[in-house]
Design a protein around this ligand. Structure first.
Ligand SMILES: [Zn+2]
Length: 463
């Protein structure tokens, strides 16, 4: 193959830069303090003293203790009725939990409920995490009226049937209002001003088209419903991932296809421009053990995907699905060069892409005499880094070298050894120490020897 054809096949630079950025959601949302009389962050207020905080006022009845227990129980029962309504597909019962006076919010809630109609949920629950999670401005309180008002951080926890081994938790910051003795949900957007926005789910964005495939489920929003190309991508990628990782994963995935880039950002709670150059993101909880598998989601950027050719789409999809397959073995201490490099190793494996075509930035650096001396640090994978493409390329080549020189099985063994839970329930291991152990026990080498070998490999490969 001459240089000309290589050039013609070169993947657009933006694609290489962020071939398949991996977003990792922090594991374990702090479970709330449901103790009586106030949230964990603020001591119980002496409501009986009669001096309400600005904007908080009369929602906390005098006497604390017992009345708070009642309110807490009433809110929990309201959330239970709401969850049961979703499980029963009972829209009237669902809307009965919504403030009858919140006309616009009711309409949005009705639409969301309908949008999710096709999604096969296996479970749906709410957990009251933090009472009094944010303070409503006085003007908002006045607008709501009612005999009492309450705010809370509530987690929605749901599973998609046949796919999620564990619930996906999604935070909601809700406003409750009491009218004629009954509590209702009046809004889910009041917390945003206080930096506590409710997370959007795919059914909040528009009607969801559901495509069940042998490799999982695809959720597409709106008119965009031609999901068949994505089905091909996923069904090609899953066996490629299993061929390397082995059968020890579900072999299925949840793929979310928003209508546009703006919706992708909305799902990720980010500014739209942040994901302008990103083709796909995998979300999941790092550190979930084998018994507590995370509910991963692959979210594609449909605008970026439209610009990709078949090969590039499959590299991205295979990369993302490799993250899903290896999730349970990917821990907080797993270095990013290994998790991203491993995903790129599988992603590029059957793509026909050469190092010359797929690692142009690193190649240019080496030709300019900028030869890396160390494996890239986790910080080098931050999206704001100019040298992000090189970081991905270096991680890829490290994993590729392990597979070439020790074998693909050893690469998987190494990955698993690095991510293995600490023995005897000890705390999380030190990243450097854990890596050194795995280099010795799996590859029979040392960090220094490995790094030297890798530097030589990079120089030889990118020539
Ligand atoms: Zn990734």
């Amino acid at each position: 193959m001459d240089d000309r054809s290589l050039t013609a096949r070169r993947i657009p630079r933006w694609f290489l830069a962020l071939v398949a950025f991996c977003l990792v959601v922090a594991a374990g949302i702090a479970l709330g303090n449901l103790s009586l009389g106030g949230s964990g962050s603020s001591p119980p207020r002496a409501a009986a003293s009669g001096t309400p905080e600005p904007g908080q006022a009369a929602d906390r009845p005098a006497g604390t203790g017992r009345l708070d227990v009642t309110r807490h129980d009433e809110i929990v029962r309201l959330l239970e009725r709401r969850a049961a309504a979703v499980r029963d597909r009972d829209q009237a019962a669902y809307l009965a939990t919504v403030d009858p006076q919140a006309t616009a919010f009711r309409a949005v809630q009705a639409a969301s409920f309908g949008n999710a109609a096709q999604i096969p949920f296996a479970s749906w629950d709410y957990e009251l995490v933090t009472p009094d999670a944010f303070t409503l401005p006085a003007v908002r309180r006045a607008e709501l009226g009612g005999t009492a008002v309450f705010t809370a951080h509530v987690d929605l926890a749901y599973r998609i049937a046949g796919l999620d081994a564990a619930p996906l938790r999604s935070p909601q910051f809700l406003t409750f209002v009491q009218r004629d003795g009954a509590w209702y949900i009046a809004a889910d957007g009041d917390g945003a001003a206080a930096g506590q926005p409710s997370a959007a789910q795919v059914w909040d964005l528009g009607p969801v088209t559901v495509l069940q495939t042998r490799s999982g489920i695809i959720l597409g929003v709106g008119a965009n419903a031609d999901l068949s190309a994505y089905q091909k991508d996923v069904e090609t990628a899953v066996p490629d991932v299993t061929a390397v990782w082995g059968p020890d994963w579900a072999g299925k995935t949840v793929l979310v296809v928003p209508a546009d880039q703006e919706q992708m950002a909305e799902l990720l709670g980010a500014e739209p421009q942040k994901y302008a150059r990103i083709a796909a993101v995998t979300t999941g909880e790092r550190g979930a053990g084998p018994d507590e598998a995370a509910a991963d989601r692959i979210i594609v950027n449909p605008e970026a995907f439209r610009e990709l050719g078949t090969v590039e789409r499959r590299v991205v999809m295979t990369h993302e699905i490799a993250h899903v397959a290896s999730r349970a073995a990917t821990r907080n201490w797993t270095p990013t060069w290994l998790s991203e490099g491993f995903a790129d190793y599988i992603g590029y494996l059957n793509s026909g892409q050469t190092i010359r075509s797929a690692a142009p930035e690193l190649r240019r650096d080496v030709r300019d005499g900028k030869v890396p001396a160390q494996l890239p640090s986790d910080e080098q994978f931050e999206t704001t880094q100019d040298s992000l493409p090189q970081a991905y390329e270096m991680g890829w080549l490290a994993c590729r070298m392990i597979a070439e020189q020790w074998g693909g099985t050893k690469l998987v063994d190494f990955y698993r050894a690095v991510g293995a839970p600490p023995a005897g329930g000890a705390g999380p291991p030190d990243q450097t120490a854990r890596l050194a152990e795995a280099f010795t026990s799996v590859l029979g080498t040392t960090p220094a020897e490995f790094t030297a070998k890798w530097v030589a490999y990079v120089k030889a490969q990118v020539k």
